[in-house]
Write a protein that binds this ligand. Structure first.
Ligand SMILES: NC(=O)c1ccc[n+]([C@@H]2O[C@H](COP(=O)([O-])OP(=O)(O)OC[C@H]3O[C@@H](n4cnc5c(N)ncnc54)[C@H](OP(=O)(O)O)[C@@H]3O)[C@@H](O)[C@H]2O)c1
Length: 350
């Protein structure tokens, strides 16, 4: 709910402010630190800015890490905002905005700094560059589950990893939001996705999503994962490892690659323990950051075209683990994420 709370007039402009329910946290900690506040925001966005009504927001592991102090940058406390990804509708645009108009449906994401711009709120004001067009036929819950995962899978596996039709790709942590998207992205281009999970109960879901083979890892036994990958690929190994986990398994897992010129794309560090580099002669290792792709005009154009075409023609159907109703359920949504029992995305519908 939004209520107009005040009007400030200067010599040249009139700014009307309102309050909007927003999730903030004052200290590093568990889901319980997330609290809802009425935060003031300008109903007339500034030059180059857009006022967006948030219809649904998608959770990412990044936000649990940011909230608990384990992300690659630290929150500004107290009063940090949270969240990268939402599906929303443009309510107003500021001067100079050219790509969007009131009523347009959008994804949020590119270039967002969470403490200042986090999207866990009923309304947000963002720079135009932090929005991407969402096809009108993509509903808010599907949209909130789509942007970050499919663009990361596309940028990491195809642009950076060079995945090609007929290649095999080993996707670790495959029940994650990004992992489930990676299975569909690999299938989309005719590659063969091999998936890992620590959870036997997720195996059938991953097969249903398109995994050609699922290896249940039990959280250790990396030698077993390598052996099973080789068996499934008739002894050859995979052309690409798309790795969400890192940690001590990072080095031995590379043995699952083809011996001649395999590639590892490391995009997540779910295992916080130190990793060693693999000892192989002919090997490429890339560390992938989605912001590098999606904040450049050309990268934005390519990743958006790939995402929206897949959503329109039905190739990309993000699995939704659970939809929570209303911002008041944000702590429960974070608890579910940290339980690791989910497959795919956790969404909060506003
Ligand atoms: N580089 C980038 O631009 C970029 C973009 C997006 C995400 N990421 C990173 O990608 C990773 C996945 O993010 P997400 O939001 O997709 O994850 P998510 O949906 O929260 O899923 C994570 C899944 O991985 C498995 N997992 C969790 N901890 C693990 C561990 N220590 N070892 C092995 N498996 C573990 C769990 O499944 P099982 O227990 O069933 O195996 C869990 O369900 C995170 O590290 C995130 O920061 C990076």
């Amino acid at each position: 709910m939004t209520t107009t709370t005040g009007t400030t007039t200067t010599d040249t402009t009139t700014t009307t402010t309102t309050t909007t329910r927003t999730v903030l946290f004052d200290e590093i900690g568990g889901p319980e630190v997330l609290k809802i506040h009425d935060v003031e925001l300008a109903t007339t966005p500034g030059p180059g800015e857009v006022l967006v009504r948030v219809d649904a927001l998608g959770l990412n592991r990044a936000e649990a890490l940011f909230r608990s102090g384990g992300y690659y940058y630290q929150p500004t406390l107290p009063g940090s905002r949270l969240g990268y990804e939402a599906a929303g509708t443009v309510e107003q645009i500021g001067d100079g905005v050219t790509e969007f108009a009131a009523g347009d449906t959008v994804f949020t994401g590119p270039g967002i700094e969470m403490s200042a711009q986090g999207v866990y709120a009923e309304r947000v004001v963002l720079p135009e560059s932090a929005l991407v067009p969402r096809p009108a036929e993509v509903d808010a819950v599907t949209g909130a589950a789509a942007w970050l995962t499919y663009t990361t899978a596309y940028g990491g596996m195809i642009e950076t990893g060079g995945l090609r039709p007929g290649d095999h790709v080993l996707i670790t942590g495959a029940s994650s939001g990004v992992g489930t998207a990676a299975i569909q992205v690999a299938r989309r281009i005719g590659a063969v996705p091999v998936a890992t999970t620590r959870t036997e109960a997720k195996k059938q879901q991953l097969l249903d999503l398109g995994a050609a083979h699922v290896i249940v890892t039990d959280g250790g036994n990396v030698e077993g994962t390598v052996k099973e990958t080789k068996r499934f690929t008739d002894g050859r190994g995979v052309e690409l490892i798309f790795d969400a986990i890192g940690g001590p398994d990072f080095r031995p897992l590379a043995e699952a690659l083809i011996p001649e010129g395999g590639t590892v794309v490391a995009y997540g560090w779910l295992d916080p323990r130190p990793a060693e580099l693999p000892r192989m002669a002919d090997l490429k290792i890339h560390f992938y950051a989605n912001s590098t792709l999606t904040t450049t005009p050309a990268g934005r154009r390519r990743s958006t075209a790939f995402l929206n075409q897949g959503l329109r023609d039905g190739a990309f159907r993000p699995p939704i683990a659970e939809v929570f109703d209303g911002l008041d359920r944000i702590q429960d949504a974070h608890r579910l994420m940290e339980s690791n029992t989910h497959t795919g995305k956790i969404v909060v519908k506003l």
